[in-house]
Design a protein around this ligand. Structure first.
Ligand code: NAD
Length: 498
């Protein structure tokens, strides 16, 4: 059952308040330059808001506010019970504003509003709650040193955390960074993607309403090469946590090396394999999930199962099953609960996807989709697209497309499946479908991926770490392990008279 009808979502959208100024030291402010950029709804081409274009000066002011709040202890040195109460309240406020946040996500970057309202926004509230609840349950350590000594090992917040996030799950990516960073007592400067600033700005306002002191969470909307770079190169940012593409992730390592050697944590791209063995117990479920794994969120998912490896003997049957399911994932108005998928984030991304589809048409066999379409005469939409007879040398099998494009490949043996799956520069996620317990373990052991999902795709929870190997990055979001990124261990060694 949809949360709202198409008409109700349209009415809610027509009354929506869209925040567009930077949020620094507890206030909405213009960029120092007064410059703005257009925030465009990719489903309609309409301008949603004119957003403050933050640059070096704005980042400097935001970092100073964050530093001041960190040093004066209004958050960093408070009772954990206080921090827990504030972040729990924030989780409640996110739930109270579910419709509004879901609409901001959808209008900014084109995803289906019903998905935002049932997945992204409840997910964000749950993650905030989870880290809030963790605050008073994590103990420091006492090391087993010789009598007459007490060595206390504590986790210290790092100070000012810069967070630079992408547009595909704007609220959730901001949450994955900010919730553990704030839970551990840091102050944060968040730079949302230029395509999707609105939910981050509203989040900052809600955090203030929840009781977060001024300066502890600042949001600087702007472009990557300006605001993002300024944060990455800032001499007074202690830690930079990033989610985005692999090439930009590498830039942050350079920025850190050329500035103050800040800690850098990267969650970057993927080209995740989904391996279907002929002994899978339920091929219909495998087909349902293969479709979900590549077409959910228009395929704009870092862990999208974009390479489908099917055992040769069932390939034709399996591809037929995929084709039968395509009717339910055709693009449509993102505000319409009956649409299969929404709009692609912007014209640039649309062009990138189009280019890969053209390459695919030249090198592989197009089975379905392959066209850019308009909805109600407007917008950036792509049909769910499937290529068969793809080999691992093909560009569409090697490079991250970040769109609704599936490459189907075949294998003859378990060893070959593993070899193809691991033949990638990425290592974010992988899925395996088999009815054999031994095979499930054997294959999972050998796959190089941060998460291996067996008989499902994209398994994810607050309780389990998320992140990649190889050029998918390092460090982990989610789970208690995320707290490690935002704290440093400090040893206080006391020697006393026995
Ligand atoms: P992107 O790398 O272009 O942008 C990400 C962020 O970096 C944005 O805020 C952007 O403004 C900023 N940025 C861009 N250029 C910059 C520069 N020169 N200096 C500093 N900052 C800069 O990525 P995107 O297109 O927004 O998102 C898609 C990418 O994100 C995909 O590669 C996807 O796999 C990845 N992603 C990864 C995960 C994960 O957890 N591993 C999750 C979601 C998305």
């Amino acid at each position: 059952m949809a949360i709202h009808t198409f008409q109700e979502w349209q009415e809610l959208a027509s009354r929506l308040k869209v925040r567009s100024q930077a949020f620094i030291n507890g206030q909405f402010v213009d960029a120092v330059s007064k410059e703005t950029f257009d925030n465009i709804n990719p489903a309609t081409g309409e301008i949603i808001s004119k957003v403050s274009a933050c640059d070096v000066e704005d980042v400097n002011i935001a970092v100073e506010a964050a530093r001041t709040s960190f040093e004066n202890g209004v958050w960093s040195k408070t009772d954990p019970q206080f921090r827990k109460k504030v972040l729990l309240k924030l989780a409640d406020l996110i739930r109270d504003n579910l419709d509004e946040l879901a609409l901001l996500e959808s209008l900014d970057m084109g995803k289906k509003v019903e998905d935002a309202a049932t997945v992204d926004v409840p997910g964000s509230a749950m993650f905030w709650q989870w880290y809030a609840e963790a605050i008073d349950k994590i103990y420091d350590e006492v090391a087993p040193v010789a009598p007459g000594n007490l060595a206390h090992v504590s986790r210290e917040p790092l100070g000012v955390v810069g967070a630079v996030v992408p547009w595909n799950f704007p609220l959730d990516m901001a949450t994955w960074k900010c919730a553990p960073a704030l839970a551990t007592g840091n102050s944060v400067v968040l730079k949302p993607a230029e395509q999707s600033p609105s939910s981050a700005l509203f989040l900052a306002e809600l955090a203030k309403d929840a009781g977060l002191p001024d300066g502890v969470l600042n949001v600087v909307p702007g472009f990557g090469h300006t605001a993002g770079q300024a944060l990455g190169r800032h001499m007074d940012v202690d830690c930079l946590t990033f989610t985005g593409s692999t090439p930009i992730g590498k830039l942050f390592q350079i920025y850190a090396g050329e500035s103050n050697m800040k800690q850098v944590w990267l969650e970057t791209g993927g080209k995740s394999p989904n391996i279907v063995f002929a002994d899978a117990e339920n091929l219909d479920k495998a087909a349902d999930m293969a479709i979900f794994g590549i077409f959910f969120n228009q395929g704009e998912v870092c862990s999208a199962n974009s390479r489908l490896l099917v055992e040769a003997c069932i390939k034709d049957e399996f591809v037929e099953k995929l084709k039968q399911r395509l009717a339910s994932c055709q693009p449509g108005n993102p505000l319409d609960p009956d649409s299969g998928i929404g709009a692609i984030v912007d014209k640039n991304q649309l062009e990138t996807i189009k280019r890969y589809i053209e390459i695919g048409k030249e090198t592989a066999r197009l089975v379905a989709g392959g066209e850019v379409v308009n909805i109600e005469g407007k917008g950036c939409f792509v049909q769910p697209t499937i290529f068969d007879e793809v080999t691992r040398q093909h560009q569409i099998a090697r490079e991250e497309i970040f769109g609704p494009v599936l490459s189907v490949m075949t294998f003859e043996s378990e060893a070959e499946a593993i070899e193809i799956a691991n033949d990638t520069e990425f290592g974010l996620a992988a899925s395996v479908w088999t009815g054999s317990l031994s095979r499930a373990h054997r294959v999972a052991d050998k796959l190089v991926a941060g998460t291996v999902s067996v008989n499902t795709v994209d398994a994810l929870s607050a309780m389990t770490p998320f992140g990649g190997f190889k050029q998918s990055g390092f460090g982990r979001d989610l789970s208690l392990h995320a707290l490690d990124k935002f704290t440093g261990l400090k040893t206080t060694w006391i020697t006393y008279e026995k």
